[in-house]
Design a protein around this ligand. Structure first.
Ligand code: NAI
Length: 412
């Protein structure tokens, strides 16, 4: 077990909103005390729950404001057990030297599998046939139904999800082409094409796996839809702003495209009580899903384990790898002869002269800096010092007196 500056059992992790048990299991395996709540809590109950928490785990419903962070003076790190981190005032957390971690890639496989299911379902016009039968109509026909074997899949965005879709689609016998703005290693027999237009013109199914950026907003509009092969279909499991849904609806109504599957929308209801509308409603061979691409039990389990591991790595080693609001410093755990060194973690305001103040202070105390890892991000600096065996308490006390210091912690 990696030592920290006080007993692990005294470290309290509070997990809210029914975070998967995989997180609790991991944290408890490292001897932390865990309080897990199934529901979101707010108001005074939330303040009480976080008052002496060292680690806090939330999903999307808990809004962590600057004011709430002030009510959690012991808080070392926050884990968002989801993809988004908008629910946390990231600037306020950063100003207090509190890293925020999330799990951007734990649901990659879930999105890829949904996409694969949709490729087949659209090619067999499954939603239409199913809807007819639910309505009592026996519509048995091969019209418009195709195997996917031998057909061409065009992937826009060959990142984590796009490349998984590529491998899975090839295993079904599809020919895979992709377009990405960054150079990407083609997996299997997939081939990169030079432009989006080339991809649109050559594919029977187009699937989008790009992030939401100014460059991808409206990426698929009327002109791009016109470039697509007659009878092709389009899948958007990326972000709602990427496709012009009115242009897509026109192309489907006019029979220029044969089908579409859409999981993400420009305006998504905040909950079940808010009605949903979009131009694709009631069109045949259109699969609409309520942003569930990444929503599986397996993804929840992976998110639980992933974020808990990031929290523990920060707690035990000082690594901020994967943090969204503070400089990322990844460093080895102290093992072998290094284990006798003290590790000091220091968040500070990133202004000239702070490091020299630190070095002077450490030199004056007669300590030796055996390792130093520094990264800065705008107004914040994070430095990790391994100091040779001596009592690190005076170093920590000294660092606290530097005016730019935000937070100091020691591991030993
Ligand atoms: P990633 O960052 O691994 O890959 C994105 C790829 O898109 C990168 O290779 C990047 O170079 C490429 N790209 C960026 N701009 C481009 C452009 N203009 N044209 C072509 N390629 C471009 O991201 P990942 O994990 O594969 O996710 C992709 C998308 O899926 C994200 O928007 C994410 O929000 C969305 N997503 C949706 C979920 C759902 O529930 N439907 C769940 C998880 C992710």
């Amino acid at each position: 077990m990696t030592p920290t500056s006080f007993p692990k059992s005294a470290i309290r992790a509070v997990l809210l909103e029914g975070i998967h048990a995989s997180a609790q299991t991991r944290l408890e395996a490292d001897s932390l005390g865990v309080r897990a709540e199934r529901a979101a809590i707010d108001g005074p109950a939330l303040r009480d729950a976080i008052a002496d928490a060292h680690l806090l785990g939330i999903r999307s419903r808990t809004k962590l404001t600057a004011d709430l962070l002030d009510a959690a003076p012991r808080l070392l790190a926050i884990g968002c057990f989801c993809i988004g981190t908008d629910q946390v005032d990231l600037r306020a957390a950063r100003a207090r030297g509190i890293p925020v971690f999330n799990a951007p890639f734990s649901n990659t496989r879930s999105v890829a599998e949904l996409t694969l299911a949709e490729i087949i379902a659209l090619s067999r016009r499954m939603s239409e046939r199913s809807a007819a039968l639910h309505a009592g109509r026996w519509d048995k026909s091969a019209s418009g139904a195709h195997e996917v074997r031998g057909r061409t899949l065009g992937i826009v965005g060959y990142g984590h999800i796009g490349s998984q879709v590529s491998v899975l689609a090839e295993s079904l016998g599809m020919r895979v082409l992709f377009y990405d703005v960054a150079p990407k290693l083609a997996l299997g027999n997939a081939r990169a094409v030079a432009s989006l237009d080339d991809l649109l013109a050559a594919s029977d199914v187009i699937t989008l796996h790009v992030p939401d950026t100014p460059a991808t907003r409206g990426l698929i509009g009327p002109r791009q839809i016109n470039q697509m092969r007659p009878g092709a279909s389009l899948i958007n499991n990326a972000r709602g702003g990427v496709v012009d849904l009115s242009a897509l609806a026109d192309a489907l109504r006019e029979g220029r495209l044969s089908g579409a599957a859409v999981d993400v929308f420009p305006r998504e209801p905040s909950g079940a009580e808010e009605p949903f509308d979009c131009p694709l409603r009631s069109l045949p061979n259109v699969i609409l899903t309520p942003h569930i691409g990444g929503s599986t039990q397996e993804a929840q389990e992976a998110i639980g384990a992933d974020v808990a591991a990031k929290l523990l790595r920060f707690l035990n080693v000082g690594s901020t790898l994967g943090a969204v609001n503070v400089p990322e410093v990844d460093l080895p755990s102290q093992q072998g002869p290094d284990a006798r060194r003290h590790r000091v973690l220091h968040f500070h305001r990133n202004v000239p002269g702070v490091l020299s103040k630190m070095h002077r202070l450490i030199a004056d105390l007669g300590a030796n800096v055996a390792g130093e890892y520094l990264r800065t991000l705008d107004d914040l600096g994070y430095v990790v010092l391994d100091v040779d065996p001596t009592d690190s308490a005076p170093i920590v006390d000294g660092l606290r007196t530097i005016p730019e210091t935000i937070r100091v912690r020691e591991l030993w």
